[in-house]
Unconditional design. Structure first.
Length: 83
């Protein structure tokens, strides 16, 4: 445990994440992952991509995340207007 100055109490800190510990799970891509999203949402938005392994969450790089955001822009706007 590490003492944090301004809090005046002991706080548990998460162990530092290794830089580059996760890579993009889309086959053919070797970039570092920056986001983790639902595999179902990714498959629905980017139907032409294949994944390296099956899992519930998929780690993707910045390039593929931007593609995902562009494809789901209309859907996300409708979700925001719904409430």
């Amino acid at each position: 445990m590490t003492k944090i100055r301004n809090l005046g109490r002991m706080a548990r800190l998460a162990p530092p994440k290794e830089k580059g510990s996760e890579t993009c799970m889309i086959s053919g891509c070797k970039e570092d992952a920056v986001r983790s999203i639902s595999a179902d949402k990714l498959k629905k938005a980017l139907s032409g991509v294949s994944l390296k392994e099956d899992s519930r969450r998929v780690h993707i790089c910045k390039t593929h995340y931007r593609q995902f955001r562009k494809k789901t822009k209309g859907e996300r706007e409708l979700e925001r207007l719904g409430w």
